[in-house]
Ligand binder design. Structure first.
Ligand code: GSH
Length: 218
């Protein structure tokens, strides 16, 4: 059986977890915080989660895992069959990750972990976040899903990337990234109605305390 390593608060872990649930694939969760032990580096070479254990070995990087899952469990597929439409879904996934989540992540130390980031980082993140969200908006469809009429991986990537970005926007800059973005708000409301999204979000809330204790205890 597939084993998914990670922890319930990790947004990248949750993208893969919700995909497995939506696809109805049997899998087991191995609760794991990112770490640099030799044992874990033997599974995830960079020590990050998620990491998927398969009959062939270990696989890392959320989007790579998603591709693999769609290849081995193509029903239901979370990619369009049309190559162009599939590429557009992947483009949306990239934008969510590179230009929204990874930008916001630079402020995670201050927003979530009691640290501080430099004024330069703060200003850069504020500008880049707005730029990233505006860019995503230019290529998103929202009818009602982010890539069009069909649910796809891009919806889950968007949801789990914009979530922390919105939190960073509020906590660091007192700014609501989605205030003038009703299409995104409507999509998030739609996705939050899904049974498996609710499960993932409930588990995230339950795991938050343990995670914060583990991080603060370091
Ligand atoms: N590019 C990676 C990012 C994964 C990632 O950043 N995971 C976080 C948890 S949400 C992590 O393991 N962080 C620990 C670290 O950066 O060392 C992916 O797509 O899977």
């Amino acid at each position: 059986m597939l084993k998914l390593y990670g922890f319930t608060v990790s947004n990248y872990f949750n993208i893969v977890k919700v995909a497995l649930l939506e696809k109805g694939v049997d899998f087991e969760i191995v609760d794991t915080f990112p770490n640099q032990t030799d044992e874990f580096l033997g599974k995830s070479a960079i020590g990050k989660v998620p990491c998927l254990e398969t009959e062939h070995g270990f696989l890392t990087e959320a989007s790579v895992i998603l591709d693999y899952l769609d290849d081995i469990h193509s029903e239901p597929s979370l990619y369009p069959t049309d190559p162009w439409q599939k590429a557009k879904v992947r483009e949306l996934m990239k934008y969510s990750e590179l230009y929204v989540e990874l930008v916001a992540r630079r402020c995670f130390p201050e927003a979530f972990f009691g640290g501080q980031v430099s004024d330069e980082t703060r200003e850069q993140v504020k500008a880049d976040l707005q730029k990233g969200v505006a860019a995503l908006r230019r290529i998103a469809v929202f009818s009602p899903y982010i890539a069009g009429e069909a649910l796809s991986y891009a919806d889950f990537c968007f949801m789990f990337c914009i979530g922390p970005a919105v939190q960073v926007g509020q906590m660091m800059f007192g700014m609501d990234l989605l205030a003038d973005f009703p299409e995104a708000q409507a999509l998030l409301a739609l996705l939050n109605e899904r049974e498996h999204v609710k499960t993932v979000n409930d588990d995230m809330q339950k795991g938050m305390q343990a995670y914060l204790q583990a991080v603060q205890g370091k």
